[in-house]
Design a protein around this ligand. Structure first.
Ligand SMILES: NC(=O)c1ccc[n+]([C@@H]2O[C@H](COP(=O)([O-])OP(=O)(O)OC[C@H]3O[C@@H](n4cnc5c(N)ncnc54)[C@H](O)[C@@H]3O)[C@@H](O)[C@H]2O)c1
Length: 560
């Protein structure tokens, strides 16, 4: 095993704490702390804040590159780099050659808050007046380079001492494994860095990236490394349909990264989401001598994700799980948020846990093999996300509905809407990880939708189809409460129809649906709760909907 690298390099946006954490690391190691902005000031007699307006950004970046080239020759040191330095491939190559690169990451709003709270800090000429807006832009622009780092270090709300310990541990143990990857320097030196996460989930106990795009399954090794899971064994769980189409890509990807492990294939279908199947997986993990530090990979739709997530939550009191969703529904909904469960004879999802994944890796190429009906039903959740929180996404869906439902969609558009929609789910989950408040709005269309699934024995309607019909009931409830007009009801109906999603469930019994709703988990203190809309992107939960309004809405959807 090679020695731990001679330098630790901190990259990230302004406000991430590079100086503070860099000094702590230097103190603990007894190494010098070098801040490239300070070295530039020493060399030029002027600070970056003076140089950039005087000489222009380009000239400043050349000075910075020369300083970095000198700095990396100095031997042992903790180095903090200017926020933009890591954008240049030559800087990345130079810093990575001798250093263990750590990306300090927090949301732009958190960074803006920190910078505003520190008016004494250095001038930041690149940031201008609209601090948060500019940080958002820089985040999008620079994140792809930052994410090349050997270690991704979330610093949102984390004490700098804790962060310093985490970095030192990784540098001393995990770092050398990553550093021995023969493609490492090549990766840093590439002009076009790999794609950044589409979203991050950040709850009190967990923070994890969601990567979405074409070819993601080929990057599993890189992704595991980016979330600090390098050097572990992986236990892949999948179903027999998915493994047939995508097993080989995953196996090759793991092999190429030298990741050892084993796999277990379950029969496709909801019946595998059982305690019996969970017990089979426990026995397999035990036989394979899986350890707590190992990782479960869940490759498949919501069934595999829920089952493997549940097993990961419980085996050895909790192992890491990485979700590799392969259905539209799983990419946009099931894989994000940490709800894991198995079914009992008495009902669906009755035994489960909240167990956030360590990462979600959504390869949109996998959707190409999905049967058309499954592909379309997943869009019900995307449409739901647009209706409850994202008016811009709703417009995109309206413009491209026929393309998406044509059977030959524009795959880039599919990735784009998946990114936007997954981001909404991530945002809601991050704000309310245990479903105690805001997260309830994700149930738009679900009160009636679940009842439809239940009265039809989970056989006639796929989940998304039932939710689609349920959303029609919910929008009529919203209308009858005077929150939206008839035009809004038609707009939602037209969109669902354009996707080929059902808007009615003809022939069902109204009383049976009403009874099923009474038994739903969403009933609190005997009061049925409905998510209603007050307009596009504005959802709220109401527990006071008069029964006659509910009855009318349910009657409207069972008429064919
Ligand atoms: N945890 C959550 O928050 C959450 C949210 C929503 C739904 N769910 C759960 O998700 C499950 C439904 O998920 P689902 O709709 O993804 O079902 P699924 O996992 O059963 O997948 C549907 C079918 O498609 C096949 N398949 C999957 N990916 C494929 C691909 N890329 N190509 C070809 N075939 C493929 C599967 O083998 C299966 O036959 C339910 O059990 C539901 O309770 C969980």
């Amino acid at each position: 095993m090679p020695d731990a690298p001679a330098q630790i390099v901190l990259v990230g946006l302004s406000g991430a704490g590079k100086s503070r954490i860099g000094r702590l690391l230097a103190e603990r190691l007894g190494w010098p702390f070098l801040d490239t902005d300070d070295l530039i000031t020493e060399r030029e007699g002027k600070s970056p804040a003076q140089l950039i307006p005087e000489q222009g950004e380009r000239a400043f970046r050349d000075i910075e590159a020369a300083v970095i080239a000198e700095t990396v020759r100095r031997g042992r040191a903790v180095i903090s780099t200017g926020g933009g330095a890591f954008q240049r491939a030559d800087n990345r190559r130079a810093l990575a050659a001798a250093g263990f690169i750590c990306y300090l990451d927090a949301t732009p709003s958190e960074l803006a808050r920190r910078l505003q709270a520190d008016p004494e800090g250095p001038a930041r000429p690149m940031l201008g007046e609209d601090l948060e807006g500019r940080l958002e832009e820089l985040d999008v622009e620079r994140r792809p380079s930052y994410l090349l780092a050997d270690l991704w270090v979330p610093v949102q709300g984390v004490d700098p001492e804790v962060t310093a310990t985490r970095i030192l541990r990784a540098w001393a143990t995990g770092g050398p494994t990553g550093l021995s990857d023969p493609r490492r320097i090549e990766r840093f030196a590439a002009e076009q860095p790999v794609r950044a996460p589409a979203a991050i989930v950040d709850t009190e106990d967990a923070r994890y990236p969601i990567w979405i795009g074409s070819g993601e399954l080929q990057r599993i090794g890189d992704r595991l490394r980016q979330v600090g899971l390098e050097g572990r064994r992986v236990f892949l769980v999948s179903d027999d349909n998915v493994i047939e189409h995508h097993g080989e890509v995953v196996a090759r990807s793991l092999d190429a990264s030298g990741i050892p492990g084993a796999s277990y294939v379950i029969p496709a279908g909801e019946s595998s989401k059982s305690t019996r199947m969970a017990a089979e997986l426990y026995a397999w993990l035990a036989a394979e001598k899986a350890e707590r530090r190992d990782v479960i990979l869940a490759l498949g739709g919501g069934v595999v994700g829920d089952l493997a997530g549940y097993v990961a939550a419980t085996y050895l009191r909790g192992m890491a799980v990485v979700q590799l969703p392969t259905t539209v529904l799983a990419m946009n909904d099931a894989a994000i948020g940490g709800k894991a469960a198995v079914d009992l004879a008495a009902g669906k999802n009755l035994v489960g846990a909240f167990h956030q994944p360590a990462a979600v890796i959504s390869d949109t190429d996998t959707l190409r093999t999905l049967p058309k009906r499954s592909f379309i039903e997943g869009f019900a959740e995307i449409i739901k996300h647009a209706l409850i929180l994202d008016p811009a996404l709703l417009k995109i869906l309206e413009q491209h509905a026929h393309g998406f439902s044509s059977g030959a969609p524009d795959w880039e558009q599919v990735a784009t809407v998946t990114m936007r929609s997954a981001r909404i789910k991530a945002l809601v989950v991050s704000s309310d990880p245990k479903e105690q408040g805001l997260r309830a709005i994700l149930n738009y269309g679900h009160t009636v939708g679940h009842a439809i699934e239940q009265v039809t024995g989970y056989s006639d309607y796929m989940h998304g189809e039932a939710v689609s019909v349920g959303m029609m009931a919910a929008v009529r409830i919203s209308r009858d409460l005077g929150l939206v007009d008839e035009e809004f009801v038609s707009r939602q109906q037209d969109l669902l129809r354009a996707f080929g999603l059902p808007v009615v469930a003809p022939g069902l019994n109204v009383t049976a649906i009403m009874d099923a709703m009474q038994l739903d988990k969403k009933v609190v203190g005997g009061q049925m709760r409905f998510v209603v809309l007050e307009g596009v992107g504005r959802a709220t939960v109401r527990g006071d909907v008069p029964p006659e309004i509910v009855q009318r809405a349910v009657s409207s959807i069972v008429r064919g």
